[in-house]
Design a protein around this ligand. Structure first.
Ligand code: GLU
Length: 523
C-alpha cells in the first residue's frame, strides 16, 4: 500500500558537484513535499565507491542548504561525513544498507526474477563488438546465463568464476506507465536487456538499490531527470517482482543551452551551485531562476518568493519540452533581488567583496562611506563579486582609458575647467571622502548617504547640494554643463562609465577629486 503521507526524495550520487540541474530536481521534490504537506528525504547513492567522496557529499549538502532546500530525513549536515541525521527510515547512505540489498537479491533469485551471470568482462566486450559489427537492432546482454542449469552453474563456480546478479526482464511485454509529466507511455521490454542488479562482491547497482530504498523509505513520488525514464521501466518491474506498488514517477525535461541545444561543459548552466554562491549570486535569485527551468509561476510574473513558489507548485505544471538556460535572465533576476534589499542588507551581503578590494583595515570606522558606495552601486550590480572591479576607480588614481582620453581631447578648454572646479570643491564643506584620504578613522558621526533628503541650501554634503553649487559655478563661468561633465568625469574616474556625475564626486571625496583634477589640469 502506498504510504498515506507523501514522501519524496532527492537521491544524488556524491561523485561530483551539485549542478543546477541536480539542484532543480532536488527543488521540485522538495517543493512538492512541502506543497503536499509531506516529507522530503535526502538519500545518498554512494555505491560507486571509486568516484564517491566526502568532499562531493559536503558540496551537495552545502549547495542545497545555500538554496534553502532543507531535508527532513537524511544525512546530518553538521557532521560533514557520512553520518545520518534525523529520520526513521535510515540509514540514508546506500553503502550502509548492503544487508538490505543482499536480502532482497536473495528473494528475487529464489523467485526466479533474477539469476547469476558468470560472463566475464572480456566476453561482454566480445558480445558488444559482435552486435556492433552485425549492426544488430538489439544491443545489450545476450542472455547466455539466463537459463543455466544447476550443473552448469556449479561448473562455473568450480572454475572460480565470480557472478553478477542480473534481473530477468520479460522478453516481450508492454509496460504501461503513467508519468505525471509525460502522461501515459508504453514501452516494450524487448528493447531492454537483462541488467546487472548486484555485482560480484555484493555492491548493488543503481536501478536495484534505488528500488529497495524507495520501498524501505516509503517513497510515494519520484521526481527526477528524464534521462532516468527507461530506468523507471526497469524499476517498475523490480517493484512488481517484490510485490510492491510503484511510486508515482515524474520525469522532468532536460536543461538546454540558450540556443536549445545540449549543454556543453562551458555552459553557465552546468556550473556548480557553489560556484554561484562564490560569485556572489543572491541565493534567492538562483532559487527563483532554477524553479522556472521547466515550470511557470504565472503568465505575468517571474519573480516570487520561496513560499509563493511552494504554494503555487504543481508537478503537472512542469512542461514536457527542454528548458532553456538563459544566463541573461538569471542575471536580470539577480539584479531584481539586489535592488529589493535595504541598503543595510545589501551592505551586509556585499561587505566581504568590498573588503577584499581594499587594503586590510582600510574600512575601520568608514562604514558610512561604505554604505554610500553600496547605496550607489546597488542599482548597478548583478552579482556581488562585481563590487571590487566596480569600485577600483575610487581606491587608486586610475590611468585614463581610450574613451576618457577622447572625452578630454574633445573639449580643448577642459584643463582650465579642471582647475576651476578643483578650486570650487576646495571651498565646499564636503562631508564625505575616501577612507584613504583620511588620516584617522574618526568618522563616528554617521555621514549623509545618497538616500538622505536634500540638505539645506547652505550644506554641500549630499550629491544634490553639490550639484546645485556646481551648476551655479558652471553657469557663472559660461561653461555648458553638458560639455563639462564628460571630461571631468574622465579625469575623476579614468573612464566614461559609472555612476551619476555627482555621485562620483560625492563618493570620491574632496581630497581625491581635487588631486585628480589638478593632476589632469597640468598634463
Ligand atoms: N543517483 C541517481 C542520480 O543521481 C538518482 C536517480 C533517481 O532519482 O532515481 O541520477
Amino acid at each position: 500500500m502506498i504510504h498515506p503521507t507523501p514522501r519524496l526524495r532527492f537521491a544524488p550520487s556524491p561523485t561530483g558537484p551539485l549542478h543546477l540541474g541536480g539542484a532543480r530536481t532536488a527543488m521540485y521534490n522538495w517543493a512538492l513535499a512541502r506543497a503536499l504537506g509531506g516529507t522530503f528525504v535526502l538519500r545518498i547513492e554512494d555505491t560507486d565507491r571509486a568516484r564517491s567522496t566526502d568532499e562531493s557529499l559536503q558540496v551537495i549538502l552545502e549547495g542545497l542548504s545555500w538554496l534553502g532546500i532543507d531535508w527532513d530525513e537524511g544525512p546530518s549536515f553538521d557532521a560533514g561525513d557520512r553520518s545520518n541525521g534525523g529520520g526513521d527510515f535510515g540509514p540514508y547512505f546506500q553503502m550502509q544498507r548492503l544487508d538490505r540489498y543482499e536480502q532482497a537479491a536473495k528473494k528475487l533469485l529464489a523467485a526466479g526474477h533474477a539469476y547469476r551471470c558468470y560472463c566475464t568482462p572480456e566476453r561482454m566486450e566480445a558480445v558488444r563488438a559482435e552486435q556492433k559489427a552485425n549492426k544488430s537492432s538489439f544491443l545489450g546482454y545476450d542472455g547466455r546465463c539466463r537459463d543455466l542449469t544447476d550443473v552448469q552453474r556449479a561448473e562455473f563456480e568450480e572454475q572460480g568464476l565470480t557472478s553478477n546478479v542480473r534481473f530477468r526482464m520479460p522478453e516481450e511485454r508492454v509496460i504501461k506507465v503513467n508519468d505525471l509529466i509525460r502522461g501515459d507511455v508504453e514501452v516494450n521490454t524487448k528493447q531492454l536487456d537483462d541488467w546487472v542488479m548486484v555485482r560480484a562482491g555484493g555492491v548493488p547497482l543503481y536501478n536495484f538499490a534505488c528500488v529497495i530504498d524507495d520501498v524501505d523509505m516509503k517513497i510515494t513520488h519520484v521526481v527526477r531527470g528524464e534521462e532516468h525514464f527507461l530506468n523507471g521501466i526497469k524499476q517498475n518491474l523490480v517493484f512488481e517482482a517484490l510485490g510492491h506498488e510503484c511510486p508515482q514517477y515524474a520525469h522532468i525535461p532536460l536543461i538546454l543551452n540558450q540556443k536549445g541545444g545540449k549543454l556543453s561543459k562551458r555552459d553557465p548552466g552546468v556550473k556548480s551551485t557553489l560556484e554561484y554562491r562564490d560569485l556572489g549570486y543572491p541565493p534567492e535569485a538562483v532559487f527563483n531562476y532554477i524553479s522556472l527551468l521547466g515550470w511557470g509561476f504565472s503568465a505575468d510574473r517571474d519573480v516570487f518568493t520561496r513560499d509563493e513558489m511552494v504554494a503555487a507548485f504543481k508537478i503537472g505544471g512542469v512542461g514536457k519540452s527542454g528548458a532553456k538556460f538563459d544566463v541573461d535572465k538569471l542575471h536580470w533576476m539577480c539584479g531584481e533581488y539586489i535592488r529589493k534589499w535595504s541598503t543595510d542588507d545589501c551592505l551586509a551581503r556585499s561587505q566581504q567583496w568590498l573588503e577584499a578590494a581594499l587594503p586590510e583595515g582600510a574600512l575601520a570606522g568608514h562604514q558610512g562611506w561604505l554604505r554610500n558606495v553600496v547605496a550607489c552601486y546597488q542599482e548597478r550590480v548583478t552579482v556581488l563579486s562585481e563590487f571590487p572591479d566596480k569600485v577600483q576607480w575610487l581606491l587608486a588614481d586610475p590611468e585614463l582609458d581610450e574613451p576618457a582620453l577622447k572625452a578630454i581631447k574633445k573639449r580643448p578648454d577642459c584643463k582650465t575647467w579642471f582647475a576651476g572646479f578643483a578650486d570650487l570643491l576646495e571651498t565646499l564643506p564636503m562631508a564625505v571622502s575616501f577612507p584613504g584620504d583620511r588620516g584617522d578613522a574618526d568618522d563616528a558621526v554617521r555621514l549623509p548617504t545618497l538616500e538622505d533628503a536634500p540638505e539645506p541650501e547652505s550644506s554641500f554634503a549630499t550629491p544634490a547640494a553639490l550639484e546645485r553649487a556646481a551648476r551655479a559655478w558652471a553657469e557663472q563661468q559660461e561653461i555648458k554643463f553638458g560639455h563639462f561633465v564628460g571630461p571631468v568625469r574622465a579625469a575623476l574616474t579614468g573612464t566614461n562609465k559609472g555612476p551619476g556625475f555627482f555621485d562620483v564626486v560625492f563618493l570620491l571625496g574632496k581630497e581625491a577629486c581635487v588631486r585628480r583634477l589638478r593632476k589632469h589640469a597640468v598634463q
